[in-house]
Design a protein. Structure first.
Length: 328
C-alpha cells in the first residue's frame, strides 16, 4: 500500500495535542523508535525477533525486491538486510510473521485491484542466527482462496500450532482465512474463510496464541482465539499515526508495537495491561492513544473524542480519494 496520508499524523497530533510517551525497559530495547534506514519508506509489516532481543523484522511494500530488514529498536538502525533467493519477483509484500518453527513467513498477498490475481505467495526462511547482511534461500508457497481471489495485508502464524492465517482487506469488512495444517510446495495451498473481520491492514497473535489483534487504518480490535476460531472481541487503544500499517507483540508479550509507512516512520510501543493475562492495551505513559471502539467493555464510552471522530472522517475521505486515484 502506497503512503496515502503524509500529513494526517501531524493534523491528528495538532488537534489532539497528545503524543505517546516512551517506555524504557533498561537497555532501551522494545521502546518507541524511528526507523532510520532511508531504504525503508513503506514499512508494511513487523515481526519481533525471538533470538535477537529488541530486533524487529520489516519490509517495504511493493517495488522494492526480495528484501527483509532487521531493525534494532534501541537505535532504529538496520542491523541486517536479508535477500531472498529461490522465489519469483515479489509483487505486493504486505506482512511478515515469525512461526514457532523459527521461520519467518513473508506474505506477498496484496492485491490493490481487489482480486485480479488468481494466486498470491508466501515466502518462508529460517530466522538468521547471526545478524549480518546475507542471501538466503527461501521456500515459495502458492496460495489461493476457496471463495475466490481477494486483497489482503495481514498474515499471522499461530505461535503454538504453526498454522498460517490471512485476513482479507475490504472496506465493507473482510474475512479471516485459515491455511492448511501444513503448507506444501508444488501445488496450491487453499485458504478457507473461518470468520468475519473488519477492514484489516495487519494482525498479530499474542505469544501464547490466545489472543489475535487485527488493525485497520482507524481502529484495532482484539479477539480471544481458541481452536482456530475468533471469540469475544474488545477495543484496543492505539497510537495516532499517519498510516496505520503494522502491528506485532513484543517477544515477551508485555506490549504491542504499532508501525506506519513513510520515511523515518515511527514504531510506537503500547503497553499490554496485565501482561500475558488481560491483553487490553494502553499507550506507554498513559497518553497519546485513541480508542479503537465506540463502546467500552463495560458498555460505556471509550476514550475517543469528537475531534478525533471528525478527523477520522476527513482521513477516511482522503484515503478513499487517494485509493481511487491510484486505481485510475
Amino acid at each position: 500500500m502506497r503512503s496515502l496520508l503524509p500529513v494526517s499524523a501531524a493534523v491528528l497530533l495538532f488537534l489532539t495535542g497528545t503524543v505517546p510517551a516512551l517506555a524504557d525497559d533498561g537497555d532501551g530495547a522494545d521502546r518507541t523508535f524511528t526507523i532510520e534506514d532511508p531504504r525503508i519508506t513503506e514499512s508494511s509489516g513487523l515481526a519481533a525477533s525471538r533470538i535477537h532481543p529488541g530486533v524487529y523484522w520489516t519490509h517495504n511494500d511493493s517495488d522494492d525486491g526480495p528484501y527483509v530488514y532487521a531493525v534494532d529498536s534501541r537505535t532504529g538502525k538496520t542491523v541486517a538486510t536479508i535477500t531472498m533467493e529461490g522465489v519469483g519477483e515479489p509483487r505486493d509484500v504486505e506482512a511478515i510473521s515469525l512461526g514457532p518453527d523459527g521461520n519467518l513467513y513473508v506474505g506477498d498477498i496484496g492485491d490493490n485491484l481487489d482480486g485480479s490475481w488468481d494466486h498470491v505467495w508466501i515466502y518462508r526462511f529460517p530466522e538468521p542466527k547471526r545478524l549480518a547482511d546475507a542471501t538466503v534461500r527461501a521456500t515459495q508457497f502458492d496460495v489461493t482462496y476457496a471463495d475466490g481471489a481477494r486483497n489482503a495485508e495481514a498474515l499471522m502464524v499461530h505461535p503454538v500450532t504453526g498454522r498460517v492465517y490471512i485476513a482479507s482487506k475490504n472496506e465493507d469488512g473482510g474475512g479471516l482465512y485459515e491455511g492448511p495444517q501444513k503448507l506444501t510446495t508444488g501445488g496450491n495451498n487453499v485458504f478457507r474463510r473461518v470468520g468475519e473481520v473488519p477492514w484489516v491492514t495487519d494482525g498479530a497473535f499474542s505469544p501464547d496464541g490466545g489472543d489475535l489483534v487485527l488493525r485497520s487504518y482507524f481502529s484495532t480490535r482484539g479477539y480471544t482465539f481458541e481452536n482456530g476460531r475468533l471469540g469475544d472481541d474488545h477495543a484496543v487503544s492505539v497510537p495516532l499515526q499517519g498510516q496505520s500499517e503494522s502491528v506485532t507483540y513484543t517477544a515477551d508479550g508485555s506490549a504491542m508495537m504499532f508501525g506506519s509507512e513513510g520515511e523515518r516512520s515511527e514504531v510506537v510501543r503500547v503497553e499490554v495491561e496485565g501482561g500475558s493475562g488481560d491483553r487490553r492495551t494502553t499507550p506507554s505513559g498513559g497518553g497519546g492513544g485513541t480508542s479503537s471502539g465506540d463502546g467500552g467493555d463495560d458498555g460505556g464510552p471509550t476514550k475517543s473524542t469528537a475531534t478525533g471522530g471528525a478527523v477520522a472522517v476527513v482521513v477516511i475521505v482522503l484515503a478513499l480519494l487517494a485509493a481511487k486515484r491510484r486505481r485510475g
